[in-house]
Design a protein around this ligand. Structure first.
Ligand SMILES: [Zn+2]
Length: 469
């Protein structure tokens, strides 16, 4: 019986596989030259809607033709559609942290919590930046949280634990061939953008920070070994990092007045661009708690990064993270979560403008996704007694009014805060169809979805596809 089944099934499987391959290949007439991947850390569907309702907007990416869903769980875990829509508590289990989620998207391989750039046997797996370099592209990562945090780390490094910040920094600055690295963690400044009397060594260890500031070619890794930094353009001659700290320098690079060959952007602020400012006044309306004026926005950093990356005729791969959306959701801080999603949205819109002005959708593909949902954000007054799918929806209370919603992570002290919910993905540009070939799973409510590691597989395919001109 078994043999008969295999004989019967094999041709069917083979045919459906071949059909899907052909459909995908037909749709990449020419591979996209540039790939921009936006990751809203912790940004589930309801985080996007909360920001939309508050500002009375619908984001351009929400109108894109290609949008579906992604499951985010790590290696060894699972997602069960029946259970999600039956049990209120289900998504509070089996969730991922940002390390395996970044690894899945950056390498195409699911792994364990806390692990970066290594598979479930702890072998190194090639990330998108490494692969893109083999195809002579430029690469970059940009984030609104510290540079060695899990998401950017996933795209450039390989470590067993996401908290090994010094090792991650050494791999990023000394070993990686990246052209652009931008984000927070500046040792000399505090969370309000004020100079510190004693530098912090949590993210950048003192020797490397000194060497970066001196513009050295030779740098000391976290174990004390001195090595030359890498070449970013493939000629094997080390390329110096240009360290950008001041807002005026970010502005000049963003405007194209001056474009360094290799850019390390570390604004004059400590852990986040804006989120950690005035920590005591968390619930204050952002309009009562003005932005730190000496720090660039994520959009300005993006525009600066694009000016460096676009110089390469072979194109680029760029990952941009809205990292503090997750931090606000962990704190169940509604208004600042909305503020962070808004800053992320503005960066996506800047990238869309950039494609329309300096590139086009045949040449560039943009992907907007989350690594996981944080906070289990739902409509108001939901609990395990009255759990219904409709109750997940937020209440729109109009412009500049807080939507009716609740963070369910605050009810339960043992619960870390991430959820196993599906997150939305939006794709526009040449090569979009490569993603749809992975849509072989269906959720009862959301519909078609892919696995997070299939984002990595799809982008690897886009980088590798032979350019048929
Ligand atoms: Zn988190």
């Amino acid at each position: 019986m078994k043999n008969i089944l295999i004989v019967l099934l094999f041709p069917i499987l083979f045919i459906s596989f071949t059909v899907r391959q052909t459909v995908a290949n037909q749709n990449i007439k020419k591979k996209p030259k540039n790939i921009i991947l936006f990751i809203g850390d912790g940004m589930g569907y309801n985080q996007i809607k909360a920001c939309d309702y508050y500002y009375d907007e619908v984001q351009p990416y929400e109108k894109w033709e290609n949008q579906f869903w992604v499951s985010t769980y790590p290696f060894g875990s699972s997602y069960n559609s029946d259970s999600v829509w039956t049990f209120y508590n289900y998504v509070k289990t089996r969730y991922t942290d940002s390390a395996p989620a970044a690894t899945a998207m950056a390498t195409g391989t699911k792994t364990y919590d806390d692990v970066i750039g290594l598979d479930y046997n702890y072998y190194r797996v090639e990330n998108l930046c490494e692969l893109a370099k083999k195809f002579n592209k430029s690469t970059g990562v940009i984030t609104s949280v510290p540079i060695p945090h899990a998401t950017p780390a996933g795209f450039l490094t390989h470590v067993v634990n996401r908290n090994y910040f010094h090792s991650i920094i050494a791999q990023m600055i000394i070993e990686s061939k990246a052209d652009v690295i931008m984000g927070c963690g500046n040792p000399d400044w505090d969370n309000n953008g004020t100079p510190k009397t004693k530098e912090s060594d949590k993210y950048f260890y003192p020797s490397i920070w000194k060497e970066i500031k001196a513009g050295n070619i030779e740098m000391t890794d976290e174990t004390g070994i001195k090595r030359n930094i890498e070449s970013c353009d493939g000629d094997n001659i080390p390329d110096k990092w240009f360290l950008c700290e001041r807002l005026s320098t970010f502005d000049s690079i963003a405007k194209g007045l001056f474009i360094p060959k290799r850019l390390l952007g570390v604004p004059q602020v400590y852990e986040t661009l804006q989120y950690e400012r005035n920590k005591i006044d968390k619930e204050a309306n952002p309009y009562d708690s003005p932005f730190i004026s000496s720090v660039p926005s994520l959009s300005t950093m993006l525009n600066a990064g694009l000016n460096v990356l676009k110089k390469n005729n072979n194109g680029f791969f760029l990952m941009v993270e809205g990292g503090a959306i997750d931090w606000a959701c962990h704190d169940a801080n509604s208004i600042h979560m909305i503020e962070e999603v808004n800053e992320f949205n503005k960066a996506v819109s800047s990238a869309i403008d950039w494609v329309n002005i300096y590139s086009n959708w045949e040449e560039t593909i943009i992907i907007v996704v989350a690594d996981h949902e944080t906070g289990y954000l739902t409509g108001k007054n939901i609990n395990d007694k009255n759990y219904k799918t409709e109750k997940l929806q937020l209440e729109n209370n109009g412009k500049m009014k807080m939507p009716g919603m609740q963070f369910n992570n605050m009810k339960d002290k043992d619960y870390y805060g991430h959820s196993n919910s599906l997150v939305p993905i939006f794709v526009k540009g040449n090569g979009s169809m490569v993603f749809t070939k992975y849509m072989d799973e269906t959720d009862l409510v959301r519909g078609k979805y892919i696995q997070n590691n299939e984002i990595g597989l799809a982008i690897k395919e886009l980088i590798k596809t032979i350019d048929i001109k």
